[in-house]
Unconditional design. Structure first.
Length: 350
């Protein structure tokens, strides 16, 4: 009986190696090739992905090299697809990646914001990750530390195929470590061999006024870098409303409400000003500010490139309502901190 179980496992390993010979040897672990368990993601061999030295710098008090030996491993499952504007994006494979989350990598870095005197909150922070080929990708601080589902952005240290049970198709394996953004629909931020993380605050100054009340702004100004490109006083009637049920909970004051939010998807309102292309998917950034100067940084991909349908809403209130006329709601966040009241400006790029 043991011999019968061993032979299929051996054959699968041989097929995996012959189809795309990896640089690394398979990691020794249990392989459930006969589907004895209910886990679909442990049925094939796992291959090591060597992680290169990674440094963290920027607006932090303790820059330096990341000690991976002190970090726990996390797993994510992804269907990787690359952008193809000629007709249909290019699917490249389904995988389970194990690795080190950005949450853990940055957890003990002490923030020293360049704009702390003006705005001490962390929600206008973002990180830029560069690899040895000079490619750069951007993640907002909020998409690392605020989601309901944490540890979804990894520096991968191993990979395993998720093989279709009927076709037995074996996707090409990566040969080196990479960033894996599991919530991305298009995988352009999954660049290989990341070597440097730089922590930054959004590089624009805003006039701030804490405790402004009443607060009301009857239009949103949209900027492309420094140039104003639009003024919004209403939401196009062609865009349908969405209603999201939520438990609205703040990091400071706790529970706010359990009332649903109804509005339009933010991406549908601003898509004509910020196109989907490889550059924007990788390193696009924006900042949304309220009339009182409260603001947050958002990556292009967390607005336009989600695979989890946990969208950002733009909500229009009644005329002259305190906190109106427009509010933003982040459906995928655990905390309410990135819910901006009286949205007055949207800055695309930096």
């Amino acid at each position: 009986m043991k011999l019968k179980l061993f032979i299929p496992v051996l054959l699968l390993l041989l097929i995996s190696c012959n189809s795309n010979p990896p640089v690394n040897q398979p990691v020794t672990q249990f392989i459930d090739s006969t589907d004895k368990t209910n886990n679909f993601y442990d049925n094939t061999a796992t291959f090591d992905l060597p992680v290169m030295e990674l440094t963290v710098e920027g607006e932090i008090a303790n820059p330096g090299i990341v000690d991976f030996s002190s970090l726990p491993l996390h797993s994510v499952i992804v269907k990787e697809t690359l952008l193809d504007t000629t007709g249909g994006d290019r699917f490249t494979g389904a995988f389970r990646y194990d690795g080190y989350s950005l949450f853990d990598i940055l957890e003990k870095r002490i923030i020293r914001k360049a704009n702390a005197e003006e705005f001490n909150s962390i929600i206008d922070l973002y990180i830029e990750i560069e690899n040895e080929a000079g490619e750069k990708v951007v993640f907002s601080w909020g998409e690392i530390y605020y989601p309901n589902n944490l540890h979804k952005i990894l520096i991968a240290s191993s990979v395993s195929r998720i093989v279709p049970s009927k076709t037995r198709e074996l996707w090409n394996l990566p040969g080196s470590s990479k960033i894996v953004a599991a919530s991305d629909l298009i995988s352009e931020r999954n660049i290989s061999n990341p070597k440097k993380i730089t922590v930054r605050s959004y590089p624009k100054s805003f006039k701030t006024e804490k405790g402004m009340s009443p607060m009301y702004c009857d239009r949103i100004l949209v900027y492309n870098r420094k140039e104003q490109i639009a003024e919004m006083r209403s939401i196009p009637g062609s865009i349908n409303n969405e209603t999201f049920n939520t438990i609205f909970y703040g990091r400071g004051r706790g529970i706010h409400s359990t009332t649903p939010f109804t509005g339009v998807m933010l991406k549908e309102v601003i898509s004509k000003y910020y196109p989907v292309n490889r550059g924007n998917l990788q390193s696009g950034i924006m900042c949304i500010s309220g009339l009182d100067g409260y603001r947050c940084a958002l990556s292009f991909s967390e607005i336009f490139n989600r695979n989890d349908q946990q969208e950002f809403l733009l909500i229009k209130t009644t005329k002259n309502e305190d906190g109106g006329l427009f509010r933003m709601f982040a459906a995928g966040d655990f905390f309410s901190d990135r819910a901006i009241k009286s949205v007055s400006s949207i800055h695309l790029g930096y």
